[in-house]
Design a protein around this ligand. Structure first.
Ligand code: THU
Length: 127
């Protein structure tokens, strides 16, 4: 299943719209029921409007009516595993404390959301 998830993320990366950074990223979400939803980064001339691959994949999953994430894979053609941005860490944390597998050219690194973003839910809205 992980092999399939990684392949899905690489395939999604092919669709990246990244004319400004020329840095293509792919993401694939696996739900607890075994469904896969993918995303790629979508850039904009107004750079700050760029949406990362992780958030596109999560949005696609949500639009399909699913919420239970088992794991997420993020792929980039780099020497070191890519580091998800702070906004994506927060958006991923909204849906649980699951493993995030960061895959690059010749290696991979797995971290949990809790490791990527400690205390994501603590002290907000009085919770
Ligand atoms: N990017 C992602 O899509 N995901 C990441 O985890 C890191 C960065 C995108 C945003 C932007 O389009 C490009 O990569 C360069 O930062």
């Amino acid at each position: 299943m992980t092999t399939e998830l990684i392949s899905a993320a690489w395939a999604a990366r092919e669709q990246a719209y990244a004319p400004y950074s020329n840095f293509q990223v792919g993401a694939a979400v696996l739900t607890k029921r075994g469904e896969i939803f993918t995303g790629c980064n979508v850039e904009n001339l107004s750079y700050g409007l760029t949406i990362c691959a992780e958030r596109v994949a999560i949005g696609t999953m949500i639009a399909a009516g699913k919420r239970d994430i088992a794991r997420i894979v993020v792929v980039a053609d780099t020497d070191q595993p890519v580091s998800p941005c702070g906004a994506c860490r927060q958006v991923m944390a909204e849906f649980g404390d699951f493993p995030v597998l960061l895959v690059c050219k010749h290696s991979q690194l797995e971290m949990t959301l809790g490791e990527l973003l400690p205390r994501a839910h603590t002290g907000i809205l009085n919770r």
